[in-house]
Ligand binder design. Structure first.
Ligand SMILES: Nc1nc2c(ncn2[C@@H]2O[C@H](COP(=O)(O)OP(=O)(O)O)[C@@H](O)[C@H]2O)c(=O)[nH]1
Ligand SMILES: [Mg+2]
Length: 310
């Protein structure tokens, strides 16, 4: 497996990702061994988020072609939300993306898993590492912009593209959900529909309202019509400009944030496992007031006996 992975065999990559997804320790071991044999080039990790139907997959499709035209190798990681409402859209994505299958500079993968708290599963991070190590220049991470997964994407991507559309009061909802903070580039897709300029003015107004100084990045706003590839090059240039703005130090800071995300998730998983093994015993004592939550944590983590109230 290691040899095949290092030789660039996509089936070995697919197998490695499956192992990582399943939480199989052979996956992490293989990833570690592969790292020891190969110098890693940082991929550009581009998160694409927005409401279902905003045009994320259509945009990604256009961006794939634009990156391929630059000679870059591209991976796409689609996070399937486990929602029955979006099942049809995912199927549509499979068909649409199907045409890239013949191109071996493009690797497509969808992940069905979600984190325990509804955000991104932490295996997304190890999967990104595997794709990076395999040698992709660009990795697109498509997530449906709902709840925690939207916040999480900002923790794992180098660049976050927030996709909005003129239809359906997107902007108002987006500002409520704290989108201003996570967007590095705003993409107003479906600019063929009425209201794109108005939406752009609303985003600008919201940016001007927010606190800013010379350290704040003003997310660029790009209008696209993904369905006929209009604006795709401009969108890619806006992402490039953000990378230049970040610089090496900024990108390193993003990567540390990704490591923090992965570690936090691992700690939560471990804590949940510890608790599950002992909750039948601990919860009644907590409920009766014999034990404080802090005592219980101490006992779970260090096995220290809690002080006994007389
Ligand atoms: N009018 C219009 N429709 C678009 C545009 N981009 C995508 N669509 C359509 O919007 C629908 C949803 O697109 P999709 O990429 O699957 O959205 P996703 O759920 O965000 O991935 C599809 O029917 C697309 O053909 C656009 O720029 N203009
Ligand atoms: Mg999609």
């Amino acid at each position: 497996m290691l040899e095949r992975f290092l030789a660039g065999d996509e089936r070995a990559l697919a197998r490695l990702i499956s192992l990582l997804e399943a939480g199989d320790i052979r996956g992490t071991a293989l990833l570690r061994d592969a790292r020891a044999h190969k110098t890693v080039q940082r991929s550009h990790v581009i998160g694409i988020t927005g409401a279902p139907g905003a045009g994320k997959s259509t945009l990604t499709d256009g961006l794939i072609f634009a990156c391929r035209a630059r000679g870059q190798r591209v991976a796409v990681l689609m996070i399937d939300p486990s929602s029955p409402f979006t099942g049809g859209a995912i199927l549509g994505d499979r068909i649409r993306m199907g045409k890239h299958h013949a191109d071996n500079g493009v690797y497509l993968r969808s992940m069905a898993t979600r984190g325990a708290l509804g955000g991104l599963a932490r295996t997304v991070v190890s999967t990104l590492s595997a794709l990076e190590l395999f040698g992709f220049d660009v990795i697109f991470l498509e997530t449906v912009g709902v709840g925690q997964s939207e916040v999480d994407i900002a923790s794992v991507a180098d660049h976050v593209v927030v996709v909005l559309t003129p239809a359906g009061g997107d902007a108002v909802q987006a500002f409520k959900a704290g989108i201003m903070e996570i967007a590095d580039v705003f993409c107003i897709n479906k600019a063929d529909l009425p209201g794109a300029d108005r939406l752009q003015r609303e985003i600008r107004a919201a940016q001007e309202l927010g606190a800013h100084d010379e350290h704040t990045h003003w997310a660029e706003i790009v209008q696209t019509v993904a369905s006929n590839t209009q604006g795709i090059t401009t969108l890619l240039e806006a992402i490039d400009a953000h990378r230049v703005w970040l610089g090496e130090a900024g990108i390193t800071a993003r990567r540390l944030e990704r490591a923090r995300f992965e570690l936090n998730q691992a700690i939560q998983d471990a804590a949940r496992r510890l608790l599950a093994a002992r909750e039948a015993e601990l919860l009644p004592r907590l409920e009766r007031g014999e034990l404080s939550a802090d005592d219980a944590v101490r006992e779970l983590l260090y096995g220290a006996p809690p002080p006994v109230e007389s």
